[in-house]
Design a protein around this ligand. Sequence first.
Ligand code: BMA
Length: 362
Amino acid sequence: MHKILTICCAILALAACNRAPQQTQTPKEQLLERLAAASAEKHILYGHQDDLAYGHAWLVTDVENDPLERSDIRAVSGHYPAIAGFDLGGIEMGDCANLDSVPFTLIRKAALTHIDRGGLVTFSWHLRNPLTGGDAWDFSSTEVVASVLDGGSRHEEFMVWMERLGDFLESLGEVPAIFRPWHENIGTWFWWGGEVCTADEYKALWELTWKYLVEERGLTNLVWCYSPNGPISAEAYMSRYPGDEYVDILGTDIYEYPAGAPLPEAAERYRGQVSGMLATLAPLAEAHDKLFCLSETGFEGIPDPVWWTEALYPAIEGTGVCYVLTWRNAHDKPGHFYGPWEGFENAGDFAAFADKEDIELL
Ligand code: BMA
């Protein structure tokens, strides 16, 4: 009996040796494959900013012991979002908490917990202005981007900021993450905006960030998302595109604003803007062999009772967009929310959206 077993094992071992070597995927490739599969099936992963760290009127305080099971999205739909977004603004200063008072230890734990549960994470970065000392929204100077580039007056200090960012990202280990720096760069409300730096300066800023994190720090698990504000033309979108080697996903941020118009008209305008921008991105993505996403969206306070099913869903359905992320439910500003929460009167409309066959939550 033993002899037969031994022979069988030897044959099996030999067969295994003769098989072509298994190509193992990197974490980054795995993440991109998951998004590509969703896009090919015309499924859309749903994401929510800061989901496990806080929500409408609550914030995790016991970072060490909290099981991080609370989520506004889960409370109304039974599911965690597929993607959790977090913001790293403040990491550059060596602060303990980000600009929204969320400790970086909590962000790190929430991100890893979410990934452990099968979710994906994305990081944005509302960092401070390195030249004026103001915040990310201080676009008072046209010198800021130039000042942090090689040879600029703030370059060395800026590289310390980059080092702190790199330390945080490295502390996540091998897990993949979508990194979305220098966003909403065509309009001008951040210091890296369209009217306060040249296209070449913007591209050099992106390249510097990429080269530092990827080449110098060796972080190969980042999936790089370029996300200008939309809607804009393909020409405007590409005018500051950093280059295929530095970008993995073509994103765009588009919000609905109360325009003084009745809600159905505002929804129609939003639908037109989003579907128009996605129709611009789809061929660009194909031509550059990239995926595309709606990296930020929402309607502050969700005043439209059917926003999810009548404004957002029709705009993204069947488009091939791989994910859509709605912005945060602030823990400390009652009207500043973009996702539903338990007790919110229109939460049922979100549940109906989350129930659609092509919308993926965890
Ligand atoms: C903005 C607002 C701010 C917040 C920032 C970073 O869109 O939500 O209140 O500080 O994002 O999260």
